[in-house]
Design a protein around this ligand. Structure first.
Ligand code: DGY
Length: 456
């Protein structure tokens, strides 16, 4: 008997006509072709809400910050004007103090929690007119902008958005310099983009939620709970938001009061690379670079002493609140390669002692695919729970760029090959179980489509 075709339920953006929907659905077949470009473009079109792209059709119905940057990169391969619109929409979520918010609710509330009103951003004089969250996310935008501009010169657009991107970087380097170290800090695991990573377990164990406001999770409606953060962690996430909204998102107050205050390798590496890309853009459009040079030099001067563990040959995050390194081995340790922050010797140690070690990251019988996001040697490692171990294409992409930068071409190629093979095998999932290769989280995920295009 013929197997029934998989039913693909997709909510259409307001600009999509029913006829177009039919064509797009045909492009996303259950058996993906060798070339992923056509189905990947169809995913981006299906998640297109007109002025912005939602990361996933059901689980994530608004615009997310680092997703939007990656989506713009994917779109730029086949629809440059739409890519630029994605960036404009993201920058609408910029606060008056320069922060670009992590979620922008262009269309108002949906069934997603936290809802726009939960954040109570109107309590801050810095809040923008559009509804947003009160947090930020890793600043990939300047790097994406530079890549797009190098491939398809857009000097007018660069001139248009440069001041906003500069203000965002300035906010990271000032409002988020918690201890004068010149490193940016995070006040919520959501800001790291890696919400339930084991690197946060110790830091959040010191958060003791009191009077957690009533809330109803929606993430486990669309995705099995076994693939999402645990309830006790979610209570802490919500408690943190409550602390920030009670303090009206005042920069000094949140640094003083947030029970979660960390400097992490991922964000600081992405920011450092973004600073270098912003500098290049500044030179091209004739803007001064002294301030950016100061940020670049400042971070370079302290990066190793804060993050590098010479005994273990790893970069480790730092818990500012506890005043101690976070001794957890996750794939974020490879991000300084992406930013050019490691020496050739440090790169060799990362690769030889960790990336190629089957007890940590290298594929083996238990995990046949590059790259698990947490070392398999960590007790909290899990193959299919959110950031506890699954494969995420964004990490593969950033690590791959870093490996090429340091001359590890074969390894970079292997990581790229696995990235595309997993999508070809299972589809455009949000993340993938590193043991079985099956898809997890949201299906028809926009950044998996965008990066499939970028990597193809
Ligand atoms: C979520 O809802 O899980 C997001 O990661 C928050 O940004």
């Amino acid at each position: 008997m013929k197997k029934p075709a998989k039913k693909i339920v997709v909510e259409l953006g307001p600009d999509l006509q029913p006829g177009i929907e039919h064509t797009l659905r045909l492009a996303i077949s259950t058996k993906l072709p060798e070339s992923l470009a056509v189905p990947a473009q169809a995913i981006l079109r299906l998640n297109d809400m007109g002025s912005f792209t939602k990361p996933g059709p059901r689980q994530y119905p608004h615009q997310w910050n680092w997703d939007a940057a990656v989506i713009a990169l994917g779109l730029s391969h086949f629809d440059l004007p739409r890519a630029l619109q994605e960036i404009r929409a993201l920058l609408q979520g910029q606060w008056k103090n320069g922060m670009v918010a992590h979620i922008i609710y262009h269309g108002g509330a949906s069934d997603y929690f936290p809802t726009p009103d939960f954040w109570q951003i109107e309590g801050s004089p810095d809040a923008p007119t559009v509804a947003t969250s009160g947090l930020t996310q890793p600043p990939l935008l300047a790097s994406v902008l530079r890549t797009i501009h190098r491939r398809h010169p857009i000097p007018e657009f660069v001139r248009e958005v440069f001041p906003a991107v500069l203000r965002w970087h300035r906010w990271f380097h000032t409002a988020r310099d918690a201890d004068g170290s010149r490193l940016a800090c995070l006040i919520h695991p959501w800001e790291s983009g890696t919400d339930d990573s084991p690197r946060w377990l110790n830091a959040i164990s010191h958060i003791h939620p009191v009077n957690v406001p009533a809330y109803q999770r929606r993430d486990t409606v669309h995705v099995p709970g076994s693939q999402r953060p645990l309830k006790e962690d979610y209570d802490r996430f919500i408690h943190l938001v409550d602390v920030f909204r009670t303090n009206h998102y005042d920069a000094a107050a949140v640094l003083e009061k947030s029970p979660f205050l960390v400097q992490d390798v991922l964000t600081n590496s992405i920011l450092h690379q973004a600073d270098q890309d912003l500098r290049d853009l500044a030179l091209e459009i004739g803007e001064p670079v002294e301030e950016i040079d100061g940020w670049i030099a400042g971070v370079r001067a302290v990066f190793d002493s804060r993050f590098w563990d010479e005994a273990r040959g790893l970069y480790l995050d730092y818990d500012v609140r506890q005043g101690a390194p976070i001794p957890v081995n996750t794939a974020m340790t490879f991000l300084p390669l992406y930013a050019g922050l490691a020496s050739q010797q440090q790169a060799a140690r990362l690769v030889q002692e960790h990336l190629l070690n089957p007890a940590e990251y290298a594929p083996d019988d238990r995990t046949p695919f590059w790259l698990t996001t947490t070392s398999k040697a960590e007790p909290a490692w899990e193959p299919n729970r959110y950031w506890r171990g699954p494969f995420w294409i964004i990490l593969n992409w950033l690590v791959e760029i870093g490996l090429r930068r340091y001359g590890y071409e074969d390894l970079a190629n292997a990581i790229r090959r696995d990235s595309l093979a997993l999508i070809r095998k299972a589809g455009f999932w949000e993340y993938f179980d590193v043991s079985s290769g099956s898809g997890c989280g949201s299906d028809e995920f926009s950044w998996s489509a965008a990066l499939a295009i970028e990597l193809s």
